[in-house]
Design a protein around this ligand. Structure first.
Ligand SMILES: NC(=O)c1ccc[n+]([C@@H]2O[C@H](COP(=O)([O-])OP(=O)(O)OC[C@H]3O[C@@H](n4cnc5c(N)ncnc54)[C@H](OP(=O)(O)O)[C@@H]3O)[C@@H](O)[C@H]2O)c1
Length: 326
């Protein structure tokens, strides 16, 4: 094992060193990360969900700087329009279409996908980023618990609806933004909607993120090599409005150790824009390197658990299985 890899492994085990800005800075130096050249994504189309804040906004700006057309998918028409105007001002006009979608509503996701299919002839990158922690258990318009609906069911329906377009676009990728918090929770396949115990927003969130990564592995298994590459990444801990609002105590405690949004988004952009970012499919990344799916005993999902999850999610999304077993 080389020195850089040893340092990286030690950081991984420290958790705070790994997830904070220290981990990113050390890995950047140790592995000599290359800067992604401006213009790398000229002629390419990317889609970002949740582009109006935090990591989604940092990702959007980076993809715009690299020359991509970026479809802005968010739930607030006003915030989307303001962002589009700022991007047009900064990076040049005509390449930041807005699409309104609440990821927690299947009707809204379906309408967004239909709009995208009508206007777009290619889709090189889909970044599944939108997310939030819900402090109370609420049920969305489809009768699905809101965390699961927003983080799992809506994104699954979006990728399924756009799969044909992604498949027709050579070199396309999907990047799912997950959370290191998923390492600390086991997914209960009999209680996907968090009904069995008193509701905890952070537990429901971590479980939904574990489900999201399990689905990434299922997508990749079915798509195989040479098709759409689909990977998950977790950003460590980044200073975003979402983190400040949902975990204020932790946010204050970590203070200057938090990554900037651009640092948190670095691996999203690397997976979206580089050749190396398509070298694998079905992996989980932190700081430009694949990481284990599980850290704690008893949290693993077996291949049949993952298939069971897939079938349950297809049922909740109310769509035909996009990749049925043959
Ligand atoms: N920050 C971190 O340290 C951290 C760590 C691990 C994982 N993550 C993940 O990173 C992603 C981005 O989080 P962030 O920290 O950047 O949070 P953020 O600042 O709150 O941004 C979240 C974005 O998601 C959008 N969104 C939330 N619910 C939505 C819904 N139902 N439909 C459509 N859009 C919705 C928000 O839209 P509005 O502008 O309309 O609110 C916003 O654009 C999330 O998936 C989060 O779980 C973040």
């Amino acid at each position: 094992m080389d020195a850089a890899t040893i340092v990286d492994e030690l950081l991984e085990w420290s958790i705070v060193g790994s997830f904070s800005r220290i981990g990113l800075a050390v890995r950047h130096l140790a592995f000599g990360w290359a800067t992604i050249p401006d213009g790398s994504l000229e002629g390419r189309t990317a889609l970002v969900t949740g582009p109006t804040s935090g990591l989604g906004r940092a990702t959007t700006e980076a993809l715009a700087r690299l020359g991509a057309r970026v479809i802005l998918v968010g739930r607030s028409p006003d915030r989307l329009a303001a962002l589009r105007d700022e991007l047009q001002e900064a990076y040049g006009g005509g390449r930041f279409p807005i699409v309104v979608a609440d990821m927690g509503s299947l009707a809204s996701v379906r309408a967004a996908a239909a709009q995208i299919l009508e206007t777009e002839s290619r889709l090189d990158v889909l970044v599944d980023n939108a997310g939030a922690i819900h402090s109370e258990r609420t049920v969305g318009p489809d009768g699905i618990e809101a965390t699961l609906a927003t983080l799992v069911i809506g994104p699954f329906a979006l990728v399924s609806s756009l799969l044909g377009l992604l498949r027709r676009t050579p070199g396309s990728r999907v990047v799912a933004v997950t959370s290191g918090g998923m390492y600390f929770q086991r997914l209960d396949l009999d209680d996907l909607q968090s009904e069995a115990e008193p509701f905890s927003g952070s537990r429901a969130y971590a479980r939904a993120k574990r489900a999201q990564v399990a689905l990434v592995r299922e997508w990749a298994r079915h798509l195989g090599t040479g098709s759409v590459a689909i990977n998950a990444m977790h950003p460590g801990w980044a200073d975003t409005p979402g983190l400040a609002e949902s975990l204020p105590g932790f946010y204050q405690l970590m203070g200057p150790l938090l990554r900037t949004p651009a640092q948190g988004a670095d691996t999203i952009v690397w997976l979206a824009a580089t050749r190396a970012g398509r070298a694998r499919s079905g992996a989980l990344y932190l700081d430009r390197r694949p990481r284990p799916f599980d850290r704690l005993p008893g949290t693993q999902l077996s291949p049949s658990d993952r298939r069971r999850l897939w079938d349950a999610v297809v049922g909740l999304a109310g769509i035909p299985d996009p990749l049925p077993e043959t």
